[in-house]
Design a protein around this ligand. Structure first.
Ligand code: FEO
Length: 171
């Protein structure tokens, strides 16, 4: 069973995850517009991942007998200076999300809500992976710099990313 505060905070996190999806969808659209379909694919897979994160929390609130209450999603940025700019903004955003997850864990511990604490551990691990991926791509984009060929090579690599829904044992 969830406390009122925890239910409210988990509902806020659904909103944060859907906003994340919306932001990456926007980055995908901008990448497509500039002809970088591999980057567009990477961000669209990220969109799918974020929606799956929102649904994990949605299902968890329902499983705990709580009420899912959806709210307006804020408008994402629609203009970016470069692919590097997109990934730097992605990393900044993911650090914010990591902070939100940490705050939720702090609340679960304070409330002795062991179920929610265990549920949130998956998100802690996921955030390590997400920030790691973003850092890796930022490093490579800095190496590429203004080299168009390098950017196209990275674009080809990012085109291979596919969405893998969380395994049943993870949900
Ligand atoms: Fe759902 Fe990118 O964290």
């Amino acid at each position: 069973m969830l406390s009122e505060t925890m239910m409210e905070r988990l509902n806020e996190q659904i909103n944060n995850e859907i906003y994340s999806a919306y932001l990456y969808m926007s980055m995908s659209a901008c990448s497509t517009y500039t002809g970088l379909k591999g980057f567009a694919n990477w961000f669209m897979v990220q969109y799918q991942e974020e929606m799956s994160h929102a649904m994990k929390i949605y299902d968890y609130i329902n499983d705990q007998g709580g009420q899912v209450l959806l709210a307006a999603i804020k408008e994402p940025a629609t203009e970016f200076e470069s692919q590097l700019d997109m990934f730097e903004k992605t990393l900044t955003h993911e650090r914010f999300i990591t902070g939100c997850i940490n705050d939720l864990v702090d609340l679960a511990i304070a409330e002795k809500d062991h179920a929610t604490n265990i549920f949130l551990q998956w998100f802690i691990t996921e955030q390590i992976e997400e920030e790691g991926n973003d850092n890796d791509i930022i490093t490579r984009l800095k190496i590429v710099g203004e080299d168009g060929n390098g950017l196209l090579m990275l674009d080809r690599e990012l085109a291979a990313r596919v969405f893998a829904p969380p395994a049943a044992s993870d949900t």
